[in-house]
Design a protein around this ligand. Structure first.
Ligand SMILES: *[C@@H]1O[C@H](CO)[C@@H](O)[C@H](O)[C@H]1NC(C)=O
Ligand SMILES: *[C@@H]1O[C@H](CO)[C@@H](O)[C@H](O)[C@H]1NC(C)=O
Ligand SMILES: *[C@@H]1O[C@H](CO)[C@@H](O)[C@H](O)[C@H]1NC(C)=O
Ligand SMILES: *[C@@H]1O[C@H](CO)[C@@H](O)[C@H](O)[C@H]1NC(C)=O
Ligand SMILES: *[C@@H]1O[C@H](CO)[C@@H](O)[C@H](O)[C@H]1NC(C)=O
Length: 349
């Protein structure tokens, strides 16, 4: 099973998608510098990312990173579009969730995590742990609430975090560390369930520089990638475009090695006080199919809820699609759930 590995943001596809949905939506690239000052595990293979370690196992990371993102907002401003922003950790490629949400009046900032895509890629992959990205996302959310990211765009009152897979784990790491001080007004965590250390089998990652030397030949070996993409799709191949797999293979990106053991952060209790929803696709071959975990919603909800004792509300929603909810033909069904949750968390409906 391999429940992770970021999908890279594909800017071109993203902008095309936004255009295809008409001129009602304006998109711009932005780069937001964030200061990350946090303790991380000395050992990047620490399954809990140092969040439960004593001081001797930790080191201080104090770094500035540029977070690249694409900001999209409805051209016609409403309270909904100017008060609330969705921070998407892991962009949804095809069909575009950004365009879907924009058509329904919601703004988004889809970002590349630290180490991925056009955001800063630290020379040393061991600096990039979930705790690093959790801290970076919290800084970014605070920035969105206090500063204008583009001329004419006011700071937002509410930031809802929408995470996908490894992006969800980054948001969880931030929720564990920030607890009631989290800048997020709600969390929508997709394609991610809790895993105890060692529970997830080792996925067949390869050093990115060996996988595709022409793109990644200069990276240190602890930036990894995955060339087996099929588990991210439903087993039924009629449910997605065959071209999608090819496209995915060409647009995949790298992740730091810590993305694998660090998934166990999802087994930690978060004293986060906002509302939380988890979404899993019943056809998700990485975390649902064959595990029995997604067969009984009540049981799954009870298991996951334990980790969020202080959440204002907690729910699990099972959707119809696969792991990468945007890449199969069932995407719109998942998107409609995201929009509903975001509006609900923001108090808009
Ligand atoms: C601190 O953690 C290290 C590594 O995990 C361990 O070897 C050491 O015994 C711990 N020290 C204390 C005082 O708990
Ligand atoms: C990465 O940083 C860690 C901690 O500072 C250090 O131990 C390690 O040698 C570095 N690795 C590389 C490849 O520079
Ligand atoms: C993306 O989805 C659209 C349908 O919304 C489809 O026509 C197109 O072929 C898909 N792109 C790829 C690369 O599969
Ligand atoms: C992915 O692309 C690489 C070339 O970058 C190619 O060697 C490999 O066969 C492709 N894999 C799939 C599953 O298409
Ligand atoms: C959550 O709060 C409880 C007590 O209120 C505390 O014991 C626990 O350590 C906290 N957990 C984290 C991860 O901060």
């Amino acid at each position: 099973m391999f429940a992770f590995l970021p999908q890279i943001i594909l800017l071109a596809a993203h902008l095309l998608a936004a255009t295809a949905h008409g001129q009602a939506c304006g998109c711009s690239s932005v780069v937001v510098p964030v200061d990350v000052n946090t303790l991380i595990a000395k050992d990047p293979n620490d399954p809990l990312g140092g969040l439960e370690s004593n001081a001797t196992a930790l080191r201080r990371l104090n770094a500035k990173y540029d977070i690249f993102g694409v900001f999209c907002a409805p051209r016609e401003k409403t309270a909904q579009s100017t008060d609330v922003i969705q921070l998407l950790t892991e962009e949804f490629q095809n069909q575009s969730y950004t365009a879907y949400a924009c058509d329904r009046g919601l703004s988004t900032l889809a970002i590349d995590l630290v180490g991925v895509g056009k955001s800063t890629r630290p020379a040393n992959a061991s600096d990039v742990q979930y705790v690093t990205n959790g801290a970076a996302m919290s800084q970014l959310a605070r920035h969105l609430k206090s500063a204008s990211i583009l001329p004419g765009v006011k700071p937002f009152n509410q930031v809802i975090g929408v995470g996908h897979s490894a992006g969800s784990v980054a948001l969880i790491a931030g929720a564990v560390a920030d607890a009631e001080h989290s800048p997020f007004d709600g969390l929508v965590l997709t394609s991610q369930l809790s895993f105890q250390p060692g529970q997830l089998g080792a996925p067949p990652v390869v050093s990115a520089r060996d996988d595709t030397p022409i793109r990644w030949g200069s990276l240190e070996p602890n930036y990894v990638t995955l060339d087996i993409r099929a588990p991210f799709y439903p087993a039924d191949t009629t449910l997605f475009s065959p071209r999608m797999l090819v496209y995915d293979n060409f647009t995949k990106d790298v992740a730091p090695i810590s993305v694998i053991p660090g998934i166990s952060i999802s087994s930690l209790t978060a004293n986060y006080t906002g509302p939380v929803a988890k979404l899993a696709g019943v056809l998700d071959q990485a975390i649902c199919v064959g595990t029995g975990r997604c067969d009984d919603l009540a049981k799954l909800t009870a298991l996951e809820r334990v980790l969020w004792p202080k959440a204002k509300s907690f729910q699990v929603v099972l959707t119809e699609g696969g792991h990468c909810m945007d890449l199969d033909f069932l995407a719109d069904k998942a998107f409609s759930v995201f929009v509903k949750l975001v509006n609900q968390f923001a108090g808009l409906h």
